[in-house]
Design a protein around this ligand. Structure first.
Ligand code: SF4
Length: 208
């Protein structure tokens, strides 16, 4: 019998309080697994699920129908990693995090891009050690880029803009990703891209 070709997709429960799944979502995911299959949980609040390629669209529709979100795996912008929004949806800017995720997750980039958001300066979502980080402080948003969490040369990202309004934040993040997508070399991280392209040059382009 011909073997069914499978593809890997990343699945999570979308952006809300905590990173949770309900029973219906778990049952729906389990429908597409054999008893011996394993589900991989990534550090980025995503589950990797393998599904038959020829049924991809129907399966994604079914998963999304129970409130799950599905994203491509590979050199794309990851879904937004968030903090747990411990104090409240509005207070910590959950609508802004959702909108940002809608706008950027799944975009094609030279190398997997991790983007993190956090609702206050305590920073539970670790935005400073991701490729792009957003930290809400009072009513404004700080934007960081070029953080690196792994290796002995790990480092925090550079602060690009402070106290942005939501609309400005969306624009600047989208422009930064587009700039990186257009000018980054294959497998070049955001940090290496910033070092090669130049922070001043990036700030200039993002300010236009
Ligand atoms: S970063 Fe702030 S708002 Fe978000 S979970 Fe941590 S303490 Fe709560």
């Amino acid at each position: 019998m011909e073997e069914v070709k499978k593809i890997k997709i990343a699945v999570n429960g979308g952006i809300s309080f905590g990173a949770k799944l309900n029973a219906k979502q778990m049952i729906t995911i389990a429908k597409y697994m054999n008893e011996e299959d394993e589900l991989e949980l990534t550090t980025f609040q995503q589950l990797y699920l393998e599904i038959p390629e020829d049924q991809k669209d129907e399966i994604i529709r079914e998963l999304e129908g129970v409130g799950l979100r599905c994203y491509p795996v590979g050199n794309y912008v990851k879904s937004l990693r968030t903090c747990n929004f411990c104090k409240g949806e509005e207070a910590e800017g959950m609508p802004v995090a959702k909108e940002l995720n809608e706008r950027v997750a799944g975009k094609d980039v030279p190398f997997t891009l991790k983007i993190a958001y956090t609702g206050c300066p305590i920073g539970c979502g670790e935005p400073l050690i991701n490729d792009i980080g957003v930290m809400k402080i009072k009513d404004g948003f700080n934007l960081y880029a070029g953080g690196k969490s792994k290796g002995k040369d790990a480092q925090v990202g550079t602060l690009l803009f402070e106290n942005l309004e939501p609309h400005d934040l969306y624009q600047k993040v989208e422009k930064l990703i587009d700039l990186y997508a257009a000018n980054g070399k294959k497998r070049e991280t955001v940090l290496k891209f910033i070092n090669r392209f130049g922070k001043d040059q990036i700030l200039e382009q993002l300010s236009q």
